[in-house]
Design a protein around this ligand. Structure first.
Ligand code: SAM
Ligand code: SF4
Length: 390
């Protein structure tokens, strides 16, 4: 794989390169307890089931037809840092044995700060992880408690330092903004502290009330919901503070120091192919997007019985693939080659209006969301496009 260390993830040449990378996602569903806002495929507790789950993931990997060497592996969750390092080694060994790993493959693990001790960090680096993404969410203790998190701001800062000491080549932190208890001062403090702990990468997500979650039930019962205008201000503050501190925003919610854009995500946004293993995981291979069952018992049973865990698959081809290419690419700061769908958008009244309003821009034949906060408005116009008349 091309050396990315000098390339910036907001550049067209970088993102076009990323479309050709091959990656794999592995989902680890275990969490100490389920956070009130979380809609991912997770199970609270259930430590006693980790080994049988990893057995099933390893079996699913061995069932996958041969493929290319992997440029990036992302082990996400759930909380992969709760799983013992020898079990994580089994997963990485299975991927390496089945597909091979590029010499400089990016190998990421998502982690919760409360799990991160020096011993565990060293062990995971020893197993082969070279990138870690911490779910920090906030450096304000009041916000952390309101989000139902189990770590303190000090633990979050320490986990970044510990990962550095273990030799992780890239360290990322996730932040969430817009909880109703968060004040502007608290968010600015979170951003400043994030900069002080010097991660290589920062993801900033606006708190979303996902249907069915505990937070959703609270809001339905009258608790205050996140305010979208305030969230827009928080987004601006993040982009500005992180920009001044040397982080380039390369996607709506993602900021990186040069050479530290997440290769796995860049590949997905470039419509690159990726395998996926584990509960609820989505893959994209040979133009087919498949999603796996979300219940732990049925996942394990289906893998054991040889049926396989895929619940549904969609063929993404022709015009649908073209629309998807545009929608994924528009989230990147580098934008996307206009291509057939981009030209079709520019020819519509919606397209002209978006250009006129400064929401969409054309830069060297590429479409770029000039106001990233309004990317969804462009995406709605893309979805309304008629297919080509052939
Ligand atoms: C699925 S979590 C897994 C990582 C880890 N377990 C954690 O929670 O820190 C990945 C990230 O998604 C983000 N996230 C999850 N649910 C969210 C929501 N409802 N709104 C905004 N961000 C969310 C959080 O920032 C979190 O770090
Ligand atoms: S936000 Fe993270 S820790 Fe909380 S339930 Fe979801 S995956 Fe688990």
């Amino acid at each position: 794989m091309t050396d990315l260390s000098m390339l910036s993830a907001d550049r067209p040449d970088t993102v076009e390169l990323a479309a050709g990378w091959r990656s794999a996602y592995v989902h680890i569903p275990f969490c100490a307890r389920v956070c009130p806002y979380c809609d991912f495929a997770v199970v609270g507790g259930a430590e006693d089931r980790m080994t049988e789950y990893v057995d099933a993931v390893v079996a699913e990997i061995s069932m996958e037809p041969e493929w290319h060497r992997l440029d990036a592996v992302f082990i996400g969750g759930g909380t992969p840092s709760r799983v013992p390092s020898d079990q994580m080694r089994r997963v990485l060994d299975a991927l390496a044995a089945r597909f091979g790993l590029a010499d400089d493959a990016e190998i990421t693990l998502e982690a919760n700060p409360e799990d991160w001790t020096s011993t565990h960090s060293d062990a995971l680096a020893g197993v082969g992880f070279n990138r870690v993404s911490f779910g920090v969410q906030s450096f304000d203790p009041v916000v952390l408690v309101s989000l139902g998190r189990l770590h303190s701001p000090v633990q979050a800062a320490e986990s970044v330092a510990i990962a550095r000491a273990s030799g992780f080549a890239s360290v990322s932190v996730d932040l969430i903004y817009g909880h109703p208890v968060e004040t502007e001062l608290s968010w600015l403090h979170t951003l400043d502290t994030a900069v002080e702990v010097e991660p290589d990468h920062v993801s900033t997500y606006s708190l979303t009330v996902e249907p069915g979650t505990e937070l959703w039930k609270q809001v339905r019962s009258g608790a205050p919901a996140p305010d979208s205008d305030i969230q827009a201000d928080r987004w601006e503050q993040a982009a500005s503070t992180l920009g001044v501190a040397g982080y380039t925003r390369y996607e709506v919610s993602n900021h990186a120091r040069p050479g530290h854009g997440c290769r796995y995500n860049l590949s997905v946004w470039g419509q690159g192919e990726y395998l996926a293993f584990g509960l609820g995981a989505h893959s994209f291979r040979d133009g087919v997007r498949s999603r796996r069952v979300r219940r732990l018992d049925s996942y394990i049973e289906r893998v054991r019985s040889g049926i396989g865990p895929i619940q549904a698959s969609d063929v993404i081809e022709g015009w649908d693939a073209e629309l998807e290419r545009l929608m994924l690419g528009l989230r990147r700061a580098a934008g996307v080659n206009a291509g057939e769908a981009g030209q079709a958008l520019l020819a519509t009244a919606d397209g002209a209006r978006l250009i006129e309003a400064g929401v969409l821009a054309v830069v060297d034949d590429r479409l770029v969301a000039a106001n990233p906060l309004l990317t969804d408005e462009i995406i709605r116009a893309v979805l309304a496009l008629d297919g080509p008349q052939r």
